[in-house]
Design a protein around this ligand. Structure first.
Ligand SMILES: C[S@@+](CC[C@H](N)C(=O)[O-])C[C@H]1O[C@@H](n2cnc3c(N)ncnc32)[C@H](O)[C@@H]1O
Length: 334
């Protein structure tokens, strides 16, 4: 039976109770503590230095939404929804829960600044933009890299399935973070060479992951700043969730630097959610708010990409949809 609108709205209003409860469980490391099987709450509390009654109430609440389950004797166990809260599983969401709770949530609490000014609430809160803030905080920066794989990792296979990369000899992933996206492309295309471009501290951390994926011998790691220049020599330049971090002027600088790096036949491949018209549900509409509030960027419509590409000297050739919300916005030099 459908609930009356005020009750539906109540659930939406208190949505952050769930968000922050998941964050608390992640920071206390509960899913990792349950890796070997069910454990009594007293034992869990001792292992993570929590108050036993407070922890019981947290886990009881989370169990009511399917994250963990209580069994006899005040014991808790993992559930399919709790499993990805482990920090050591391939599709782990642990880092995303930590980043969300510790960096994003405080910025959202300051989001009226964005509403009044259209500018980043995160920058207003910390006195410096997101990527400058992360630069001198190695542990937070590492969590951010892994959080990106948590939120965007499922897009990797969807893009490789939807877009034909054959014929691309050298693929650059600009702002490629921990390298997992590029590594997957190199695994899919065994003759392809890769170029991972990101800030020097990010690329230094990425090396181990690229090596573990068995593709380091085919991958150049290039530390740099895309506002200054982008390394030439690639047949295609991927920008996955880069353009949405920045305002128009900043995007033009990045794209013009890419333009300079590209040969006449290279392709520009921006991978982002492209906001559709209408009122339908689309996570990109909330990602758009997150981009405004945290780095100070935005998600764009197809028309907005067309305008941006033209201003940067590109022709938008096609927008290739994938099985998830992101599309590949393909461009070539004008
Ligand atoms: C939102 S993350 C996206 C990461 C990755 N492409 C993905 O899809 O998961 C943005 C990336 O841009 C990188 N970045 C930010 N500023 C940069 C700059 N000035 N030059 C190069 N990379 C930069 C960050 O370090 C980060 O890895």
């Amino acid at each position: 039976m459908a609930s009356p609108p005020p009750e539906d709205l109540t659930r939406l209003i208190v949505g952050y109770w769930t968000t922050q409860s998941i964050y608390l469980a992640a920071r206390l490391g509960i899913a990792d503590l349950l890796r070997e099987g069910p454990r009594p709450v007293e034992e869990l509390a001792q292992a993570c230095s929590a108050d036993p009654d407070a922890l019981y109430r947290l886990l009881r609440a989370l169990a009511s939404v399917g994250v963990f389950a209580e069994i006899e004797g005040k014991q808790f166990q993992l559930t399919p929804l709790a499993e990805p809260l482990r920090s050591d599983v391939p599709d782990s969401q642990w880092a995303l829960a930590i980043m969300n709770g510790e960096e994003m949530f405080p910025a959202w609490c300051n989001a009226m600044h964005s509403m009044r000014t259209g500018k980043s609430a995160f920058t207003d809160l910390h006195g410096k933009p997101l990527f400058d803030y992360l630069a001198d905080k190695p542990e937070k920066a590492r969590v951010f890299d892994e959080a990106m794989t948590g939120i965007h990792g499922h897009e990797t296979a969807a893009v490789l399935d939807a877009y034909d990369f054959s014929g691309i000899g050298v693929l650059a992933d600009v702002g490629g973070g921990n390298g997992s996206n590029l590594a997957a492309a190199l695994q899919r295309y065994p003759k392809m060479q890769g170029m991972l471009v990101d800030l020097p501290h990010v690329v230094a951390r990425a090396k181990a992951r690229v090596e573990a994926a068995g593709v380091l011998d085919r991958c150049r790691l290039v530390g740099g700043n895309f506002f200054e220049s982008i390394a030439p020599g690639a047949d295609a330049y991927i920008f996955r969730h880069i353009i949405h971090d920045w305002n128009e002027e900043e995007c033009l600088t990045i794209l013009r630097n890419c333009h300079k790096a590209m040969s006449p036949t290279s392709k520009l491949l921006v991978i982002e959610t492209v906001i559709p018209p209408g009122n339908g549900p689309f996570m990109g509409k909330f990602l758009d708010l997150a981009m405004m509030i945290v780095p100070g960027g935005k998600e764009r419509t197809a028309a907005e990409y067309e305008t941006l590409y033209t201003a940067a000297g590109f022709k938008l050739t096609r927008i290739v949809p994938t099985s998830c919300e992101v599309s590949v916005v393909e461009g070539v030099k004008q």
